[in-house]
Design a binder for this molecule. Sequence first.
Ligand SMILES: Nc1ncnc2c1ncn2[C@@H]1O[C@H](COP(=O)(O)OP(=O)(O)OP(=O)(O)O)[C@@H](O)[C@H]1O
Ligand SMILES: [Mg+2]
Length: 241
Amino acid sequence: MTLNINKLNFSYPDGHVALKNISLRIGRGEKVALVGPNGAGKSTLLLHLNGLLVGQGEVKINGFAVTKSNLPLIRAKVGLVFQNPDDQLFSPTVFEDVAFGPLHMGLSESETLTCVQRALSQVDMSHYADRMSYHLSIGEKKRISIATVLSMNPEILVLDEPSAGLDPRARRTLITLLRNLPLTMLVSTHDMLMVRENFPRMIIMDEGQVIADGATESLMNDIALLEAHGLERPFDVESKA
Ligand SMILES: Nc1ncnc2c1ncn2[C@@H]1O[C@H](COP(=O)(O)OP(=O)(O)OP(=O)(O)O)[C@@H](O)[C@H]1O
Ligand SMILES: [Mg+2]
């Protein structure tokens, strides 16, 4: 699964220019972090990957343009988890939320059950199947949101702030899960430690533009660049010792 974005521009209806001439390419199996200050345009960019927002320019998934006629195909391949879990969960129970995607793709009830059980166990929430999604805590909702996408067996995982609001154990489970999933990933986050642990490549956005795109290891050492864009090098455990 490859992702190609070419000269993408987008303005919100109120005229705010949120994406300016974004071009990037993500190859099959690459794990890429998208970082940058609040308001940089990270969520706006991610919403273009499954056609929820449509700007000017080109967005292609595996060579297919993200256009209306390709949307069913693209949404089956691109698993997008929103920043706000309330945008993702809408069913009465956790089970129904996580089963929605597989059922919609035409899987049988028993196949769906298998997918739901696997996805819930991947986020350590198997015991939540019968709970009401609406009443969950923010961190619980976030984990169920991730399960709603994993249950569809996506080929590209697009996560918007997946570790925000998670407790340390849930965050650790998520980091391990993401590291072991052999999928193409684009993940927006402020969690620089997770970036360093899991994402060999990092894209810095600011004011709607791509400021830097390269190896995490070298960008993390460019303190001036990080500071100029509201970022911090993650706390270095080794150097404290
Ligand atoms: N519906 C909207 N109408 C007008 N402007 C919007 C809308 N949604 C977002 N924006 C603006 O677009 C810019 C980019 O927002 P976006 O949510 O993509 O930022 P972000 O990088 O995801 O930030 P954060 O780190 O806070 O999640 C911001 O200035 C925001 O105020
Ligand atoms: Mg955002």
